[in-house]
Ligand binder design. Structure first.
Ligand SMILES: Nc1ncnc2c1ncn2[C@@H]1O[C@H](COP(=O)(O)OP(=O)(O)OP(=O)(O)O)[C@@H](O)[C@H]1O
Length: 706
């Protein structure tokens, strides 16, 4: 049970905080410009407002839709500004021991990867590499603190988790809820980093391993949700306190419509899984916004991993990416509605302080232990081990003997001891290398300027944020003030005012109705797409039924149905292994070799000669009815016959052998002789002439030709 002090501590370090939602709109793409698309998005960054014009509006009410967010960024916003104004304060919180999360959401091709990763240039780099720089410039400036920084990089592809830093493993990555840590991925490789460069390298390796593909909407479309995790453990040397900051940087796969991306085959299957996970994310956001009793986190791996970031212990920023083209109006509105809902999600970020079982503590303890051990061994206590502190020292001393053997033994021990000390020192150095001592660049004057610049940027960002908030408040108050300020001089004025109000309310009603209609249209489109996908699946199913009906015997079918079972981890049907009970005496044999029946024997059958009959099946084949005739040799025309006879005569005279042969055989012999001599043309002509003669009209039979 938590003590009163602990409860107080938690209360002091946690408070409710809304998910911060910002919207970023990219410029019209080259393709959109070529297709003469127009921009339907207007942004007002100073007020945090976005206005989207409906290109298919039938009335004034339907025309414009207005949304308000924490901040909005138009196409001219630089990567630096979006980072400084939105993400920098969050990373600063992570370095104080909070959990943080930034995730980019939006339709495919709207700039999520551009925002999170960016390009390899100073201006082009995105949020993730900039976060590395901020973390390491903080470490370099902080004295008296030891840091342990590690990163992990995973992707969720087709509802499967893959380790992007260790792609060639056959480990399975399960999700497990760990007390005090939230939902973690078991077996995921964690890489310790000593600099921003190390982190950048890990990011590049992961990006290289990430699943991407080409669609009509984006040449390099991310086909998976990628999560880059950074864990910063901090140990204050003076106060001996520990804290841990965890950061999740997430580039989601884009939501997409098959009609627009033109996805088929693998791309379509990926899109179905992507949309399924995103729709469960939508359900979680909806549930949290509506304060539902049940939040369906367990519906997908993505929502389980985001459990802490949405409605839990984390400071979270959602970046909604949109495109400005009229062609994508509906998708833009869906993204904006999603983002608007996320605004009302409340998190309870809590500082992760005084952690009892952090990796850094373990590392520090191990380093201390090794140091002591090395010290003891260097002082001659070669029997010292992990826990005993020289208990055997007396025993070694009491055995004081001048015997030559004993001296030799001692020398050996000394040598061994030295080797052990070297080995332990190596281990110690390796462990120490993992930890980073803060405050390396504290006296650097360039660094001081950098710090000042950073502080100024943070101040400007905070001021801008305050301005937006004040502007939004002002607008709201102005609206209510105009109502209150109305002094009803006459009944007519009152009537006019009420009419105005009614008109405004009517407008609101119309816009809500329009929203319902829009939603219905989206719903109908979604349904159509699902139906199309269903039709395709049904077609495939019919094909498989046809194959099964014609090629799988009925009794075999029921056996297979019994063996089939659904594997939730693989999200697919698998065939259970059938237990075959065979009496060893009745073991089947093939080609006089006993066929193996145990798993080991089956496995070994590849290499061990004893089992080489394994794959030999002795089948009696049903021979098909004969559909061919015996070969009838071709007839030879008289002209050739005469030549043949002349040549044969000569041959026979030379060899003095008399052979009685039919003329067609002689013809063939001659033809092959001509071929041997390289007279291919003559040989072919001879065969053709023979064939034509034999098949001449009116020929009675092959033999009649001769
Ligand atoms: N703010 C921006 N300024 C200029 N170009 C941009 C911007 N945002 C995106 N782009 C360009 O748009 C294209 C698509 O961007 P990106 O690949 O980041 O989209 P995405 O949302 O990650 O797509 P997907 O979901 O398919 O992976 C890229 O060529 C990118 O350079």
């Amino acid at each position: 049970m938590a003590s009163e002090d602990e409860n107080l501590f938690t209360e002091r370090n946690s408070s409710n905080e809304s998910v911060q939602v910002v919207v970023r709109c990219r410029p019209l793409s080259k393709k959109e410009t070529e297709a003469k698309c127009s921009s339907v998005v207007k942004m007002y960054p100073s007020r945090g407002v976005i206005e989207v014009e409906n290109p298919r509006a039938r009335s004034e009410n339907e025309k414009n839709k207005i949304f308000t967010y924490d901040s909005v960024y138009d196409e001219s916003t630089s990567q630096q500004s979006i980072y400084d104004e939105t993400v920098r304060p969050l990373i600063a919180s992570v370095l104080e021991g909070y959990n943080g999360c930034v995730f980019a959401y939006g339709q495919t091709g709207t700039g999520k990867t551009f925002t999170m990763e960016g390009f390899d240039t100073e201006e082009g780099k995105g949020i993730i590499p900039r976060a590395f720089e901020q973390i390491w410039s903080h470490i370099d400036r902080t004295t008296g603190v030891e840091f342990l920084v590690s990163v992990r990089y995973l992707e969720i592809y087709m509802e499967e988790i893959r380790d992007l830093l260790r792609i060639k493993t056959n480990k399975t990555y399960e999700l497990r809820e760990v007390l005090g840590q939230g939902v973690v991925v078991v077996n995921l490789h964690s890489q310790t980093c000593q600099s921003a460069k190390d982190m950048l390298k890990a990011m590049r390796i992961g990006n290289h391993n990430r699943t991407t593909g080409t669609t009509n909407m984006n040449e390099h479309s991310s086909r998976s949700h990628a999560i880059f995790q950074i864990v910063v453990e901090m140990a204050e040397q003076r106060t001996k306190t520990f804290k841990v900051g965890k950061l999740n940087l997430i580039d989601l796969a884009g939501s997409e419509r098959q009609s627009k991306t033109g996805a088929t085959g693998d791309r379509l299957r990926e899109a179905t899984k992507i949309n399924k996970a995103l729709s469960s994310l939508g359900n979680v956001i909806y549930g949290l916004a509506e304060n539902s009793a049940h939040i369906p986190y367990r519906d997908s791996k993505l929502t389980r991993l985001l459990q802490d970031s949405l409605g839990g212990n984390s400071k979270t920023i959602m970046i909604a990416n949109i495109g400005p083209a009229n062609f994508n109006y509906e998708e833009t509105i869906i993204t904006l509605r999603y983002a608007y809902r996320a605004k009302s999600i409340k998190n309870t970020p809590t500082k992760n302080e005084d952690i009892a079982d952090g990796r850094l503590q373990g590392l520090q303890k191990e380093i201390e232990r090794l140091k002591q051990l090395i010290m003891k061994k260097s002082q001659g206590d070669f029997d010292a081990t992990v826990d005993d502190a020289g208990a055997d020292a007396d025993a070694t001393d009491s055995d004081d003997d001048d015997d030559a053997d004993a001296v030799e033994e001692k020398a050996k021990k000394l040598e061994l001891g030295k080797m052990e000390v070297d080995e332990l020192t190596k281990q110690l150095k390796n462990l120490e290398k993992q930890m980073v001592h803060g405050g390396k660049n504290i006296v650097d004057s360039v660094n001081e300027n950098e710090v000042k610049l950073e502080q100024q940027r943070a101040e400007i960002a905070a001021r801008k944020k305050r301005e937006i908030e004040m502007q939004q408040k002002l607008e709201l108050e102005e609206e209510t003030c105009t109502e209150l300020k109305q002094v009803f001089a006459s009944l007519q004025q009152q009537v006019d005012f009420k009419r105005d109000k009614l008109k405004r309310l009517n407008n609101k009603l119309q816009s809500i109705r329009q929203e319902i209609r829009d939603n219905h249209e989206v719903y109908v489109k979604d349904r159509q797409e699902i139906e199309e996908a269903n039709d395709e699946t049904a077609m495939n199913l019919r094909k498989w039924f046809l194959i099964i009906d014609n090629f799988v015997p009925t009794e075999e079918r029921s056996r297979l149905i019994n063996l089939a079972q659904f594997d939730e981890n693989l999200d697919n049907w698998v065939l259970r292994k059938e237990k075959i009970h065979i009496n060893p005496a009745d073991r089947p044999s093939a080609h006089n070799y006993r066929r193996p029946i145990s798993d080991t024997a089956l496995h070994m059958s590849q290499n061990v000669p004893k089992y080489r009959g394994e794959n030999v099946l002795d089948l009696k084949l049903d021979m098909p009815l004969r559909t061919t005739q015996d070969y009838t040799p071709p007839a030879v025309c008289p002209q050739i016959k005469s030549i043949v006879t002349d040549v044969m005569k000569k041959e026979m005279e030379n060899s003095r052998i008399v052979v009685k042969m039919p003329s067609h055989t002689i013809g063939r012999t001659l033809s092959s002789k001509l071929e041997q001599e390289g007279k291919y043309k003559q040989a072919t002509k001879m065969m053709v002439d023979m064939h034509n003669y034999r098949n001449r009209p009116g020929a009675k039979s092959a033999k009649a030709a001769f």
